[in-house]
Design a binder for this molecule. Structure first.
Ligand code: NAD
Ligand code: LMR
Length: 327
């Protein structure tokens, strides 16, 4: 039997938490032979703590063979103690008519507090995924609040955008989602993101050539993917939850278990690649192996792509300036 992995999940009684925890405990994130200990954080208010207790009772009632232990707490220092993986989900979601960056000042402080707690008590190799919006800038805040941890341990979730793009492309091209490779979503998890299928292949042949419709790319595909979160809120009255949890599982599974040479999109602190300034938390194409990610290098950036990549970068820099006083 493997040693259990400690997985901290914040916002554990929220809607994403409810779609996420049961899948982690059943082995879908870290493998069907990997026991886990869930360390769940919620707000101290009675209602949140009662809801958390209910979730823990349900986890118990599933009798998951891989669930080796559970902790429910309102203290980040307890939730992150020795955590190997930390999913930072707990934050306010947006409502209709809002942009994710409108949440910035409401949510930013959560990530200074939690970054400091991770710095103090988490495993030195902790893999952190920030889901709470605005995810890129919150991940940046957490990273900067944890000076003793490797910045590479902090990531933001662009995987939902990547998965949304895959489905739109598969439908347009009449191919299976699983057959599409080499897709990337550059930049911010916001409407300025740049989903880019110029390098994508299906069975080794160019997806762009197969689609052959640049007007559709620019006028339909990019805005549909970029505004999908708002479309879900409009339809459900609540922001995406099951698809967000699914993307979080995909992100961490690929990071820990590897992508077998395939590309994934992760929001990571830039190392300067593709002209993105160091440390900006930006969506890049990556390949994961042995628990580490590497940016796919050498891709040609044409004029249109450069302008799209710079636009989403400018927004991230503006968000970063807006929280500079907290760091
Ligand atoms: P929710 O309101 O249903 O749940 C959030 C939970 O977090 C609540 O139970 C709340 O009590 C808890 N919480 C708030 N502050 C906390 C703190 N400081 N510590 C611990 N727990 C705390 O919201 P949700 O639908 O689960 O969404 C959570 C966040 O994820 C939102 O910010 C949302 O916008 C974001 N989100 C991001 C993506 C993405 O792709 N990056 C996708 C979907 C949602
Ligand atoms: C999403 O993309 O679905 C989430 O970021 C929630 C939102 O506010 O759009």
């Amino acid at each position: 039997m493997k040693t259990p992995v400690r997985v901290a999940v914040t916002g554990a009684a929220g809607q994403i938490g409810y779609s996420l925890l049961f899948r982690i405990a059943s082995g879908e994130m870290l493998g069907k032979d990997q026991p886990v200990i869930l360390q769940m954080l919620e707000l101290p208010m009675d209602k949140a703590q009662a809801a958390l207790r209910g979730v823990m009772m349900e986890l118990e009632d599933c009798a998951f063979p891989l669930l080796a232990g559970m902790v429910g707490t309102d203290d980040p220092m307890v939730a992150f103690k020795d955590a190997d993986v930390a999913l930072l989900v707990g934050a306010m979601p947006r409502g209709p008519g809002m942009e994710r960056k409108d949440l910035l000042l409401k949510n930013a402080e959560i990530f200074t507090v939690q970054g400091k707690a991770l710095n103090a008590v988490a495993s030195r190799n902790v893999k952190v995924l920030v889901v709470g919006n605005p995810a890129n800038t919150n991940a940046y805040i957490a990273m900067k609040s944890a000076p003793d941890l490797d910045p590479k341990n902090f990531t933001a979730m662009l995987r939902l955008d990547h998965n949304r793009a895959l489905s739109q492309l598969a439908t347009k091209a009449g191919v299976a989602v699983a057959d599409i490779e080499k897709l990337v979503v550059w930049g911010n998890h916001s409407p300025t993101m740049y989903p880019d299928y110029r390098f994508a292949t299906v069975g080794g042949t160019s997806l762009k050539d197969r689609i052959g419709d640049e007007e559709w790319n620019r006028a339909t595909f990019i805005p549909v993917v970029g505004k999908r979160g708002a479309a879900i809120i409009e339809a459900r009255g609540l922001s995406s939850a099951a698809s967000a949890a699914n993307a979080a599982i995909d992100h961490v599974r690929d990071w820990v278990l590897g992508t077998n040479g395939k590309w994934a999109t992760m929001g990571i602190p830039s190392d300067g690649s593709y002209g993105i300034p160091k440390d900006v938390m930006y969506g890049f194409p990556v390949i994961c192996k042995d628990g580490k990610y590497e940016i796919v290098q050498g891709l040609e950036i044409d004029e249109y792509s450069r302008s799209m990549m710079d636009k989403t970068l400018a927004e991230l820099e503006e968000e970063r300036a807006g929280v500079a006083h907290l760091l």
